[in-house]
Design a protein around this ligand. Structure first.
Ligand SMILES: Cc1ncc(COP(=O)(O)O)c(C=O)c1O
Length: 390
């Protein structure tokens, strides 16, 4: 039987229309997009130009402000390391970096490298119990020595959607660069003003019905000269990220971006929210206590539910659900490391509470029947685990 997939914040399937657009670029139009001397290269290059424009259109940027990367991890690394390394090289007086305390591990780990290897002073911006940045705390930390602030648009574990406009106003007032990890944003909300409110923003195709292995960093045009590349070579992509671009993946990301910016995707987000609410109600009437984390229903990622089952261990529940249902404990990227989720700990959960939490993330293709089946499977798993205690 097929695994029921409720882990869309870890990865989404490639939309069939996206796949169809990609296919010709594997073996028909396969020329190196950087070969400027022949028609095969021009065809690939034109496809990449279209893809850059589609990604730019999604967030309200220009196509020369889009740098393709291998994913959001690399985009976040390029944003943070690129800015801080160049600032160090040019002797900038701005040496402090602020990161929200609930960033993805790839931002927090890069922050650690900035502190340990580049001598930056890195501070964490506190969040409240729902994961919202505490604005007064951010304002207190902002000063003329702050180089960069990195705050995610949408949290991958508890679904918190930050008010990017308000954060941006505070950050820009002090002249710092605002980087936003928006990997989870396109399936959660419209991101059409993202470029307007940020200086750099990271995206990932496989979180928005595109392929794995491709992402993008938006870098405001006039900021690009302040970014030190992380990969050196032939000088592709304004010299910011050398290497031959993977045409099929770029085309896939462009098609996914076009889909995310469409009226259809907006409708799907609304339908997703209604389904998620229904699933939450169904979980509430299970004959075991449940505890939900993150903001109220209408203020969070439309497909996200973060739910604790007190007295149970989430890893045991997920283990018992295999191979029937896919969900996640903490972030998929950190699963496997036996540490309670830093996000849940930061919003105030004790280690034992955090260990009881499962993230279900519904997708555009999740049906009502899927939810009925998911609840039956969860009920069965909890029943089996309860009888293990006796
Ligand atoms: C908020 C956030 N940022 C970054 C990443 C990393 O994305 P990628 O898999 O494209 O490297 C993830 C993946 O879970 C994420 O949720």
């Amino acid at each position: 039987m097929k695994t029921l997939y409720l882990d869309h914040q870890a990865s989404t399937p490639v939309d069939d229309r996206v796949l169809q657009e990609m296919l010709p670029f594997f073996s028909e139009t396969f020329g190196n997009p950087h070969s400027s001397e022949h028609a095969s290269g021009w065809q690939s290059s034109a496809a990449i130009d279209t893809a850059s424009q589609q990604v730019a259109d999604l967030i309200g940027a220009d196509s020369d402000e889009v740098i393709f990367t291998s994913g959001a991890t690399e985009a976040n690394n390029l944003a943070l390391l690129g800015l801080a390394r160049r600032a160090a090289l040019t002797g900038s007086s701005r040496r402090r970096v602020l990161l929200s305390a609930i960033e993805h591990k790839c931002v927090l780990s890069t922050g650690r490298i900035l502190a340990d290897q580049y001598g930056n002073k890195v501070d964490l911006v506190p969040v409240d119990q729902d994961g919202y940045i505490i604005l007064e705390e951010l304002e207190r930390l902002l000063d003329e020595d702050v180089l960069l602030v990195s705050i995610m648009a949408v949290n991958n574990e508890i679904g918190t959607i930050q008010d990017i406009k308000v954060l941006s106003e505070a950050i820009r007032k002090c002249g710092a660069v605002f980087h936003c990890d928006a990997a989870q944003a396109p399936t959660a909300m419209s991101v059409k003003n993202l470029a307007f409110h940020t200086d750099m923003a990271s995206l990932s195709a496989h979180k928005m019905y595109g392929p794995k292995g491709i992402g993008a960093l938006y870098i405001r045009r006039d900021l690009q000269e302040q970014i030190e590349p992380q990969i050196y070579g032939g000088g592709q992509q304004n010299g910011l990220r050398s290497g031959t671009l993977p045409t099929p993946l770029c085309v896939g990301m462009g098609a996914a971006a076009k889909f995310m910016g469409s009226a259809e995707a907006s409708k799907k987000r609304s339908m997703l929210r209604a389904r998620t609410d229904r699933f939450l109600d169904m979980l509430t009437v299970l004959p075991w206590p449940t505890q939900f984390y993150g903001p109220d229903r209408d203020k969070r990622h439309a497909g996200n539910i973060s739910v604790g089952f007190p007295g149970f261990n989430a890893q045991d529940i997920l283990g018992s659900l295999q191979p029937h249902l896919a969900a996640s404990t903490g972030s998929a990227c950190t699963s496997g490391i036996p540490e309670p989720s830093h996000v849940l700990r930061t919003i105030g959960l004790a280690a034992e509470q955090a260990d009881s939490v499962i993230r279900f993330s519904l997708g555009f293709g999740t049906s009502d029947d899927d939810l009925e089946r998911a609840v039956q499977l969860i009920e069965q798993a909890l029943t089996n685990l309860s009888s293990d205690f006796i």
